[in-house]
Design a protein around this ligand. Structure first.
Ligand code: MG
Length: 426
């Protein structure tokens, strides 16, 4: 199975420009049979990429993110900086205060996206179902795949080895029967960890952990749980489900199931992302095309159409998907998720272009169809975004979108096309 990518399913990609949010065709997140889930989390991803690029930085305290003199945010802190209390999401100014000798490096969106897309390509050689949850984390549905490598541990080790050989990066892997337990397992031994949890493992290793180690339990829920005398995961797992339901409503039942390692949320491949929360456009090219410039222009045109529609309907999203159909009709669908939301044309285009470069590199195949989708949508907030790349991607391009939108509202869609788009436009 090594080196042989699974063929991707192609259903689930929509293009209905007039419909803002099409109805869901299936209930996402429900699964029929028991699954085994692998969670992979790259170790200090951006910092590791910077170290690979500049070996003299290796071992030094590196902070990747915005500038410490502005409103920049830390996107990754290398392990050498974590001992100073620096973590992702904190302001870069605070990080500088905690560790004045830290080396600050700006985020390289294009490079990170490209490596992220390369990782997704590797994941697809291990499982047909890959769900990215951030630029450096993903779930793989490995149900029934373990025996191909002797065991699930063998599969996890093979994945780690492949990533290290191809990209020179280490990651931590957790394998369990649910997404939450797999994510927990990957976080137990970091960096470079590999943890497989069976039923016994959950009871031995997971149950004694504090309850807020579970993904999704925030400070507000934690406070209520503690008032109820629930402090460890075992406390929550053994608490009567009815009582949790009385206290938290529907979520109470889910909370109990999560703690028991029994929640039934399925790994969703890029082609299965909920249709009621996505917007997309795709285009069959007038002839099959190998020319990269035409493909890039088409991707820009499609990114612009999607972003424009999102802004018009006041949505922003955090998962960006490329669909690519080769001339022989085989199709790949690849998505990258971010922790922050965007409706920015250039940001979406840059991500899609990164995924595309990784998909077409080394091939001379002609392309028949291209598609761009943004999913995990929410209504646009008025709060300023302090996401990983906003300081960089947003600063340069953000002011353009409202201006272009205003012109188009007044004079029609074709009044202005972005320079990159002209080849892909009508
Ligand atoms: Mg990570």
């Amino acid at each position: 199975m090594f080196g042989n990518s699974w063929k991707d399913r192609v259903e689930g990609f929509i293009d209905k420009p007039d419909e803002c949010l099409p109805p869901a065709s299936a209930k996402p997140g429900e699964r029929k049979s028991p699954q085994r889930v692998l969670h992979v989390d790259m170790d200090a991803f951006f910092a590791a990429l910077e170290e690979n690029k500049n070996p003299h930085l290796r071992g030094k305290p590196i902070v990747v993110g915005g500038s410490p003199t502005g409103r920049g945010v830390v996107s990754t802190a290398s392990y050498a900086t974590r001992q100073f209390g620096i973590h992702s999401g904190m302001s870069a100014a605070e990080a500088l205060r905690l560790c004045p000798h830290a080396v600050f490096v700006g985020s390289e969106l294009q490079q990170y996206t490209y490596v992220s897309a390369e990782l997704i390509n590797i994941y697809h050689t291990f499982s047909p179902k890959v769900e990215t949850t951030s630029v450096d984390e993903a779930f793989l549905d490995i149900t029934g795949c373990g025996h191909l490598f002797g065991s699930e541990e063998g599969l996890g080790q093979a994945l780690k080895n492949t990533i290290h050989e191809k990209l020179g990066l280490t990651c931590s892997v957790g394998i369990a029967s649910t997404k939450v337990m797999a994510k927990l397992a990957s976080s137990v031994f970091k960096p470079d960890g590999l943890t497989v949890l069976d039923r016994q493992g959950i009871e031995q290793f997971v149950y004694p952990l504090p309850v807020d180690k579970l993904w999704g339990i925030g400070p507000a829920t934690l406070k209520v749980l503690e008032e109820m005398g629930i402090h460890t995961i075992e406390d929550l797992a053994t608490f009567p489900l009815e009582k949790l339901q009385q206290r938290f409503g529907k979520c109470g039942y889910a909370l109990g199931k999560i703690a028991r390692g029994e929640e039934d949320s399925a790994v969703l491949g890029a082609h299965e992302l909920p249709l009621d929360k996505s917007m997309s456009h795709e285009r069959t090219l007038s002839r099959d095309v190998a020319d990269p410039d035409i493909q890039k222009a088409t991707l820009h045109y499609l990114s612009d159409k999607v972003a424009r529609r999102m802004r018009r309907h006041k949505y922003e999203g955090r998962t960006i998907t490329l669909k690519l159909r080769w001339a022989d009709f085989t199709t790949i669908t690849r998505a990258i998720s971010f922790s922050h939301y965007t409706d920015d044309t250039m940001f979406i285009y840059k991500i899609v272009r990164g995924i595309w470069i990784s998909a077409v590199r080394g091939t001379h195949k002609k392309v028949r169809l291209l598609g761009v989708a943004v999913s995990h949508l929410r209504h646009t907030t008025t709060q300023p975004q302090l996401g990983l790349f906003d300081a960089r991607a947003g600063r340069k391009f953000k002011p353009t979108d409202p201006t272009v939108d205003q012109l188009r509202n007044k004079f029609g869609e074709s009044v202005i096309l972005r320079a990159y788009s002209h080849l892909g436009g009508e």
